[in-house]
Design a protein around this ligand. Sequence first.
Ligand code: FPP
Ligand code: MG
Length: 321
Amino acid sequence: MQLLRRIMAEEQPGITAALEAALAEMPPQTAGAAAHLLRAGGKRLRPLLTLLWGRVCGLSHDDLYRLGAAVEMLHAATLLHDDVLDGADMRRGRPAAHLVFGLTESVLAGDAMLAKALLMVSDLGDARLTACISRAVMHTAEGESAELAALRRLDVCQEDYLAMITGKTAWMLRAACELGTLRAGADDTVVRASARFGLDLGVAFQLVDDCLDFSPSEETGKPRGGDLREGKATPPVLLYFAALSPDQRQAFAAGFETGNIAGPELERVCREIYERGYAREARTLAEERLDAAAAGLAGLPPCPELTALREMCEYIRNRSA
Ligand code: FPP
Ligand code: MG
């Protein structure tokens, strides 16, 4: 993981500068909430993917920072909206923006950031780039909407779940990769490879995230069972539910469907899901997607950025927080 860490550290100043430049161009009324979230940190995986894929295709132009910043801006916009929808209190160790700036202000800041991100991409004057990011926005909204419709339901199948996370998370990572190859003017086969990579990586990323919801909070630094409390039937929950006796199933369903799993009961269920190995088992789904993502890199010309992309797969595979 050495190379990825080095590149991550080296690229942070360029990514931060591009984000700050974009923030300075936002309407002042919306810049507060935008800055509150963007300056709270974050791994900046999306801009890094844009940079890495652009460089794999031989492009080293500064446009890549602006493109990467646009995807990060869009990602932040979705988080502002998501925290309102989820009623979240905290994000990146800070109070959620809607608690600081107000609900309406936070939603409008998200709207402005979404528009700003699209403008940043369309400024480059290539309709394929604009179409790429616009499609990602549409699928993100589609996935989030499907997730909301499935809340507190235990009849979600794995296919439905995968469709939801492909939309709400993976399409944006796909766009991050594809924008890099498109800007570099890569062949269609390479553009398609970058899109496939981003989609697989994104599905794996969300799967791992959903499994980490059951890890002890001392390990992740986040409250345990947040997704379960919100009523999200993620793969570890579905595996757990399927293995319960009929009576236990009825009792669990009654709490889950009415949103009444909280406090010590939430902790107990999380501990059982974790200790019985359902979170671990569900991670194998992510591992398959990461294997596919890494396999899709074969055949591309070897370079440090390609190695860093392989390391990104390992980084997600081994994530524990
Ligand atoms: C985080 O999921 C949320 C997303 C990945 C996508 C949210 C998308 C929207 C709100 C709709 C689209 C909005 C725009 C501006 C296009 P999570 O709740 O599982 O993760 P968390 O624990 O980080 O909140
Ligand atoms: Mg959320």
